[in-house]
Design a binder for this molecule. Structure first.
Ligand code: TGC
Ligand code: FAD
Length: 391
């Protein structure tokens, strides 16, 4: 006879590590994801289309866009609260978490950290409400892991800037009202605010993805784009600019990946308890229970790591190599968990009737974007040895 069950979060009593406010915020986002994302996301994924602008407005109302930033219409929550929101959003789909990460941690963060007062007042309140969607153009066709080599250039023409180049794999590109684009200048790498509709600027949708299908991914083309002097972000002229924003987004992924893992694990346990082979539920076999137990351990350890890093971030001491440690571990473990859950679900595991293969395919991108697994390995390797191995 089946006894009482507990979820993987309960096993680790994750709730006891959270404040009332953090638990409440998590509940609000979870409820929205259950109602708005879970019933529809398989369809969005299958069609490769997502109502991104509509969702942007709803996410703005929910208060998660740039939620960890202060002022300018942003909620100013703790880093842990932001991380927990990412966990819930990614339990729905990595594409929804990506929409929020790119908006809040990349595009808004760039303006918030390096923009002028005028730029912040002009863009941040409308981005926090979801009225304006942002994208972040760093990667190029020939420069992914090594963004410092980028070819996109910005040259002075009187007081104006002229931008030329191509950015690739840009989340939100086709739905963005504003792009933050990074370019080489005589003064170093600078960020530029490019409103959609600026002559010479265009976005082309990338088709045929088998991962992150519920997310808009685009190529950005800049063909003699003329921008006024005040389009440049005045606060930074080096790769430190975009890398500072990447640290924020990577932090969200540390929490987010565990959301996808949790959703896979819960689905595979529900499935295994119901699915009967050889006259018994497959969840009752020792081999299956070993899989569940090992996955629950990795999920719990990943959540504890995320929370520890979140507390360090809230006290202002989190270092880039610690972010890399979390991104390495949690994306790797989430992907492993998704694959193992898929095996438990047999043939049913390969369909969109269940969330597992969708999460699994998404996590392939999550493993690669925001710095590949190998790049983060080298960051950690350098921290441990003092020897850089990138070049
Ligand atoms: P390096 O010489 O190490 O550093 C250049 C400058 O940046 C500073 N810095 C950082 N600052 C803040 N946070 C960090 N994590 C930082 N890492 C380095 C550094 O102090 C220096 O500052 P300064 O003032 O002296 O100039 O740069 P490098 O060229 O050797 O590169 C190092 C490396 C390989 C780690 C870096 O290039 C890298 O992280 N590559 C991976 C690229 C990447 O992650 N791209 C992601 C694109 S955006 C995306 O994928 C969005 S996906 C959608 C979603 O998020 O949902
Ligand atoms: P490459 O850099 O060509 O790497 C290929 C392989 O070589 C990897 O395994 C890598 O780890 C390995 N490698 C590279 N250099 C080394 C080395 N020195 N030592 C050992 N191994 C190495 N970018 C943006 O700017 N904005 C976005 O919004 C954005 N959204 C994305 C959305 C999706 C769905 C995807 C898939 C990508 C997105 N990206 C975005 C791009 C992403 O950041 C890059 O794909 C990533 O940084 C890796 O670059 P690459 O694909 O060019 O791979």
């Amino acid at each position: 006879m089946a006894g009482k069950r507990q979820g993987p979060e309960e096993l680790f009593d994750i709730d006891s590590l959270l404040s009332d406010e953090e638990r409440e915020m998590r509940a609000v986002v979870r409820k929205w994801v259950d109602k708005r994302v879970k019933p529809e996301v398989a369809e969005w994924f299958e069609r490769g289309e997502i109502p991104a602008r509509e969702l942007g407005l709803e996410l703005g109302e929910l208060g998660v866009l740039g939620m960890h930033l202060d002022g300018y219409g942003c909620a100013g929550t703790s880093a842990v609260a932001y991380g927990l929101a990412c966990t819930e959003l990614e339990a729905g789909d990595s594409g929804i978490r990506s929409l929020v990460s790119v908006q809040g941690s990349l595009a808004m963060k760039a303006i918030h950290a390096f923009g002028s007062e005028e730029q912040k007042n002009q863009w941040l309140p409308r981005m926090a409400s979801g009225e304006v969607i942002g994208c972040f153009g760093l990667t190029e066709p020939d420069f992914g892991s090594n963004p410092g080599g980028m070819r996109t250039s910005a040259k002075r023409d009187g007081s104006d800037w002229i931008l030329n180049g191509t950015k690739m794999w840009i989340t939100n590109g086709n739905v963005a009202g504003v792009a933050v684009v990074w370019a080489q200048t005589d003064e170093g790498i600078k960020g530029f605010i490019v409103p959609a509709g600026t002559p010479g600027f265009s976005a082309n949708l990338i088709h045929r993805k088998l991962s992150l299908r519920a997310s808009v991914t685009s190529e950005l083309v800049l063909d003699n784009v003329r921008l006024p002097a005040d389009a440049a972000l005045p606060g930074v002229s080096s790769l430190r600019g975009p890398l500072t924003c990447l640290s924020e987004a990577r932090f969200g992924i540390i929490f987010g990946a565990m959301g996808a893992a949790r959703d896979c694990l819960e689905s595979a346990i529900d499935y295994g308890v119901e699915r009967v082979q050889f006259d018994r539920p497959i969840a009752g076999y020792q081999l299956t229970q070993k899989k569940y137990a090992e996955m629950a351990l990795e999920f719990g350890k990943g959540m504890l790591l995320a929370l520890h890093l979140g507390r360090l971030k809230d006290q202002g001491t989190l270092r880039p190599e610690q972010v890399s440690t979390g991104k390495m571990n949690n994306t790797r473990q989430a992907l492993e968990i998704a694959r193992e859950c898929r095996s438990i679900m047999g043939a049913n595991g390969v369909t969109l009737e269940y969330p597992v293969i969708r999460h699994m395919n998404n996590l392939e991108s999550v493993y690669t974007y925001e710095g590949t697994y190998e790049m983060h390995t080298l960051v950690v390797g350098e921290a441990l040895t003092g020897l850089g191995a990138f070049r």
